[in-house]
Design a protein around this ligand. Structure first.
Ligand code: ADP
Ligand code: MG
Length: 690
């Protein structure tokens, strides 16, 4: 890689110790770091917006003259400057932090260019803490967009813009800088790297401004491509590294498997059998298995995992089963005890809440070689020492980050050996997204539900018809069925969510005096949660009012009616997960999505999708489509992947090309591949080399 790339920033003109220090707080040490310190967004100061045309929530530049200045101190210092322009409208500039000199600088008659986000306030538009400069009537407008960089204390935008320009001047030519082979670059219709960097840092006058603001400019696409490619290569290398290590070769004992299957009240589906076959092959190979099992809610992943654990115990290695919530982990505990203890396996429980003597005993059992250890992320804590961990099973993996997954795997490492890894998820994700998120894993899909399930009938009902819904529950419970009433997050607070559930619980108790109702939310003690769950499972409670704690894993086949309050606020993935709690038995199940008016177009469409289909994969595709470009898929689906310019939803369609490029580079130019990873992932390379 070029010498310029590694030149320290303190060599740049105007970078003294203070600025160098501020730069290093942004992890910027070398010229190359600065090349890839990309603008977060742009300010469009190439034109003036009349005050009359301002729009709430949109940023704009205004040119106006100061009319009045008001300094106040109500609860905190405040400065209000009223300005007006040729459109004869007024705008208020509002400051909460300001210096005396700054306040005195505003004098009536002063002409200003003002930039900021307009808000509609009772007295007309206002901008809080705008950026502004004095201008003359003939001061020219900017001819290009102004980049806005991630900044920190001690270094402002103007310095970053200046330094970026200096760094760009030292950009080597593409032969040296660009690792993408020309042919590949052309195939993907991407500009060269040098060109892309120049455009994003200092957009020339001719730039397609709208595209740049919308983050869809080819220069941005090129950078996104490189970033996705760097992650792809990092994950592939991680995979290669792991696959080069030995792992216990596990062959299951046919008699014990037969005994396990014979004791089940059902036969495995074809899809379960096929996925189990994939796992058997992986386990026997003597290399670490790295497999993701995807299967829609209710497809029966748990029993497949238990069969893998049984095989591990046949080979005298331990299995750890980790679930994201205690509720789900306990349900696994019960299932595994049921299925595996009769065959002589020792199953140990270890969650964060297990303390004192119980914890000491659990730890001793784990160290002594207990076959299966089940718990939450507590399994990864210091002090948990396995005798011989051979298989790590992670359920609902989208709830854990990449790092947690790695931590559990590291537990089982002794020198060169590494445990097999089986991760499971019920969140179906479109294929292109899976390529990005799971590049280090092989994927098996359980694409069939156990027989006898009737599809869940879904209806959407306005909150105005609450009485009818309550009546429906009364009838269902009188017929011996059970029901859930879910109160999802209304504010971003578990406490408020718990309160909403509590209020609904009390309402329903009043409205349904003959129905035994339970309440379940995240702020209850684990023991109380468990006893409510037990009572619901046993049928003593007929209606369970719950928060979204029940979203993953909860399995009560007799429950066949689900009401989801405020359904308009939930995303498709979450609605699908919640609905998956019913339709698990033979009885026809239904799901009532209760919405509060007014219903946005997007919410209306989401509810329509839920009514139309029960197919998790179709819902995932639809979800991607509805979110549309620009809206980010949360960590729910992609673990902890944080991108600087790439956006998995917007850029999903280039993933096949990214995968191709990764293949090519790893094979033909491994040094360039490494350079790309360190360029984009930098310090986070432990993850690439873990
Ligand atoms: P998920 O894939 O959502 O984790 P579970 O493993 O919880 O699904 O299984 C859902 C329910 O289906 C459980 O009650 C389980 O015992 C049952 N089940 C699993 N496999 C079968 C099968 N082949 N036939 C009938 N029921 C099954
Ligand atoms: Mg499950």
């Amino acid at each position: 890689m070029s010498d310029a790339a590694s030149r320290p920033l303190k060599d740049l003109r105007g970078v003294g110790p203070a600025i160098a220090e501020a730069l290093s707080r942004l992890s910027l040490q070398t010229l190359s770091d600065l090349w890839f310190h990309l603008p977060l967004r742009y300010e469009d100061r190439t034109r003036i917006t009349p005050i009359r045309d301002l729009r709430h929530g949109e940023s704009a530049q205004v040119e106006a003259v100061v009319d009045a200045v008001e300094r106040g101190f109500r609860f905190r210092p405040m400065l209000r400057v009223t300005v007006s322009d040729d459109s004869r409208s007024t705008l208020t500039l509002r400051f909460f932090h300001f210096s005396k000199a700054q306040a005195e600088g505003f004098v009536p008659g002063l002409r200003l260019r003002i930039y900021g986000e307009a808000r509609e306030a009772p007295g007309g538009f206002e901008i809080v803490h705008p950026r502004y400069q004095r201008v003359q009537l003939d001061t020219p407008l900017d001819s290009a967009l102004t980049p806005v960089y991630p900044a920190t204390e001690g270094i402002g935008q103007s310095t970053l813009i200046r330094l970026a320009k200096l760094a760009l001047a030292a950009l080597p030519d593409d032969a040296e800088l660009d690792v993408l082979p020309e042919a590949l670059r052309r195939m993907a219709h991407l500009p060269s790297l040098g060109e892309a960097l120049r455009v994003v840092h200092a957009p020339p006058n001719s730039t397609d401004v709208a595209a740049l603001l919308a983050r869809s400019h080819p220069a941005q696409q090129r950078l996104a491509f490189d970033e996705l490619l760097a992650h792809q290569i990092g994950m592939r290398k991680l995979r290669r590294h792991l696959r080069a290590m030995p792992a216990p070769a596990i062959k299951h004992d046919k008699r014990r498997r037969r005994a396990f299957l014979d004791a089940l009240p059902f036969a495995l589906t074809k899809a379960q059998g096929r996925v189990l076959g994939d796992i058997d092959r992986d386990l026997a190979a003597g290399k670490p298995m790295l497999r993701l099992v995807q299967g829609d809610v209710g497809s029966g992943k748990t029993v497949v995992a238990a069969l893998a654990a049984l095989a591990a115990s046949d080979a005298h290695v331990q299995t750890a089963v980790m679930a994201p919530t205690e509720l789900l982990a306990e349900q696994h505990l019960r299932n595994f005890l049921n299925w595996c203890e009769p065959l002589g396996l020792r199953v140990v429980w270890l969650a964060g809440k297990v303390t004192g003597k119980a914890r000491a005993k659990a730890l001793a059992d784990i160290a002594a070689g207990a076959d299966i250890v089940i718990g939450t992320h507590a399994l990864m804590q210091e002090g948990v020492v396995f005798a011989n961990l051979g298989l790590a099973i992670i359920d609902e993996q989208h709830r854990f980050g990449v790092h947690q997954r790695l931590a559990l795997r590291n537990k089982g490492r002794d020198g060169t050996r590494t445990p097999h890894q089986l991760v499971m998820t019920a969140t179906p994700i479109p294929r292109t997204l899976a390529m990005a998120a799971y590049a280090d894993l092989d994927v098996s899909v359980i694409d069939e539900l156990p027989p006898g399930r009737t599809p869940v009938q879904t209806v959407a009902v306005s909150d105005a018809r609450r009485d009818e819904i309550v009546e429906r529950i009364r009838v269902a419970c009188a017929e011996g069925r059970q029901a859930y009433w879910v109160c999802p997050l209304i504010e971003e607070s578990e406490q408020l969510e718990a309160k909403a559930a509590q209020a609904t619980y009390e309402d329903l108790q009043g409205a349904l005096p003959d129905v035994r109702i339970g309440l379940l939310h995240g702020r209850m003690k684990p023991r109380d949660k468990q006893s409510v769950m037990d009572a619901f499972k046993a049928g003593e409670l007929r209606l369970l009012v719950a928060t979204t704690v029940i979203e993953v894993g909860v399995d009560v086949p007799n429950a066949s009616l689900m009401v989801i309050d405020n359904a308009e606020r939930l995303g498709l993935a979450q609605l699908h997960q919640l609905r998956g709690r019913v339709g698990r038995g033979a009885a026809a199940s239904s799901c009532v999505l209760v919405w509060q008016p007014p219903l946005s177009a997007l919410a209306r469409e989401r509810l329509a999708v839920m009514r139309e289909t029960n197919d998790g994969f179709r819902i995932a595709e639809k979800d991607l489509e509805l979110r549309g470009p620009g809206e980010v898929v949360g960590t729910r689906q992609t673990g902890e992947m944080n991108f600087r310019v790439a956006d998995l939803v917007r850029d999903a369609e280039v993933m096949p090309k990214v995968a191709q490029a990764a293949d090519w580079l790893l094979e033909h130019d491994p040094r360039a591949a490494d350079a790309l990873v360190s360029r984009w992932i930098g310090q986070a390379v432990e993850y690439a080399q873990a």
